[in-house]
Design a protein around this ligand. Structure first.
Ligand SMILES: [Zn+2]
Length: 175
C-alpha cells in the first residue's frame, strides 16, 4: 500500500535544532509520538541509516529509533525517554557516521556496554543491555537528545576538519 505521507526530511548540520536539548515525552504527547515513530523509521530506512533521533527531524522530543537489521530483516526498536543507567569502564572504538552529517565518518571511543531504561510506544517501562554496534548506536542517538553530535567526541582539530569538509560537500551539492 502506498502512503500519502511524505518522508520526513532529515536536518543537517548546522541546523540549530540539532544543538538543542530535547524535552521528555509526556502523557499529552502519546498520540504525536505514536504517529512520529513510524515516520522516523521510514525516513531512517530510506536514508538509509541504523538510528535516528527526533531532533534530527525537527521534533525536540526524547524519542529515538534504531534498527541494525540483524539477518537483513527489520527489527525496529523505538525508545521513548531513553536514559543510560550504566556504562562499562571498558571502552570500544568504532567508526561512526550520522545522517545529519552525510558522508562524514570518524572513529569514536565510547563505553563498550551500556544499560538503558526507556518506555516503549505503549508506555511500558523497559530496559535494554547492549554491546557492540548496538551500544555505540544507542549512545550516539541519546547524545542527539542532548544536542551532542559524534564530532563532539573528537579533538577540536579533527572536528573542525570534518565540519569544514561537510560544509564544502553540502555547498558542492547545492551548486
Ligand atoms: Zn546521528
Amino acid at each position: 500500500m502506498s502512503s500519502a505521507v511524505e518522508t520526513l526530511p532529515i536536518l543537517l548540520v548546522p541546523d540549530p535544532k540539532l544543538r538543542a536539548k530535547a524535552r521528555p515525552v509526556g502523557g499529552g504527547d502519546a498520540d504525536a509520538v505514536r504517529a512520529l515513530a513510524p515516520r522516523m523509521l521510514d525516513a531512517m530506512y530510506k536514508a538509509p541509516g541504523i538510528g535516528l533521533a527526533a531532533p534530527q527531524v525537527g521534533e525536540l522530543l526524547r524519542l529515538i529509533v534504531v534498527d541494525l537489521q540483524p539477518e537483513d530483516k527489520p527489527a525496529p526498536l523505538v525508545l521513548v525517554n531513553p536514559e543510560i543507567l550504566a556504562a562499562s569502564t571498558e571502552l570500544a572504538t568504532r567508526e561512526e557516521g550520522c545522517l545529519s552529517l552525510p558522508g562524514q565518518y570518524a572513529e569514536v571511543t565510547r563505553p563498550a556496554r551500556v544499560k538503558l531504561r526507556y518506555l516503549d510506544l505503549e508506555g511500558a517501562k523497559r530496559e535494554i543491555e547492549a554491546e557492540g554496534l548496538l551500544a555505540t548506536c544507542l549512545q550516539h542517538e541519546v547524545d542527539h537528545l542532548n544536542g551532542v553530535l559524534f564530532v563532539d567526541h573528537l579533538s577540536a582539530l579533527k572536528r573542525n576538519m570534518l565540519l569544514r569538509k561537510l560544509a564544502k560537500d553540502l555547498k558542492g551539492r547545492r551548486d
